[in-house]
Design a binder for this molecule. Sequence first.
Ligand code: OAD
Length: 256
Amino acid sequence: MKRSNTAARDAWANEARELGHRLTSAVSVVVLTGAGMSAESGLPTFRGGSGALWNDQRPEDLATPQAFDRDPKLVSTWYRERRVRAAAARPNAGHRALERLAKSLGSFTIVTQNVDGLHAEAGSADVVELHGSIRWSRCIACGDRKRGSLDGPLPDLCACGGLMRPDVVWFGEALSPPVWERAEGSAREASVFIVAGTSAAVYPAAGLVHIAKHAGAFVAEVNPEPTEASAICDLVVRAPVGAFFPELLAVVQQRS
Ligand code: OAD
C-alpha cells in the first residue's frame, strides 16, 4: 500500500511538472469543476459515494421543476440540507490552490457546475456558476431573489406569497444564456483546459470539454476515477484535487 502510494505521488509530480509547464506558457486557462472539487470539503458527490441517494430518491428525480410542483416541501427540504452543509463547509486545498494559480497566471477562468459557492469563498474572482447558487432562492411568482434560508418552516414563501425555489438550474431547464455564452467563449479561447472533479456526464456542461478540445486546447483531467471525458484528454491525472492542485501550484510558482 505504502509503495503504491509512493508510486502514485511520483506520477503526480511528473504530471504536475508537465501541466505546470503548459500553464506557464498558456495564453488562457479554463478549469471546469464538478462535485468532486468539493468532496474534500465534506460535500457528497452525485454519482457514486454515500450522497448518491437521498431518502431513496435519486437527485435527478428531485432536481426538476416537476418534482418541485408535485412536492415543494420535499424538494425544499433536500435543498435546505444541502444549503446548510454548504454553509458549514470550507474551501479545501484544491479550491485554495486554484485561487492562487489564477493570481500567478494571466487569464484564468473557473467554470463550475457546483452550486456551493466554495470557489468564491476561496477568493476566486473569475468564476462562472453554470448551475446557479444554492445559497440563493428566487420566487417562482415575482422572480425576487433573496438569501436561501438555513432554518424555519418549508417551503419558503416570498413577501408576495409566491413559493421560493433554490436559484439553481434543474434538469430540463436551460442554462442562463449569458452564463453559457461566457463559459462557451472561454472554452473556445482556452489554450489549456482542465476538467476536474466531474464525471462529465451532464450536458451542456460536459460539452465544454469537447468545445475546448476541438478549438485546439491542451485538455487535462484531474480525477481519481475514469470519466466520460477521459478518452479525449491529452493528460490524465488520477489524483484528488486537494493533493494535485497544490503540487501544480508549487510547480507554477517555481517557474514564474
Ligand atoms: P458527479 O457526482 O457526477 O461526479 C463527481 C466526480 O468527482 C466523479 O468523477 C468522482 O470520481 C470525482 N471525485 C470524487 N472525489 C474527488 C476528488 N477528491 N478530487 C477529484 N475528483 C473527485 O458530479 P458532477 O460531475 O459535478 O447538476 O455532476 C454534474 C451535475 O450533475 C451536477 O452539477 C448536478 C448533478 O445532477 C444539476 O443539479 C443540474
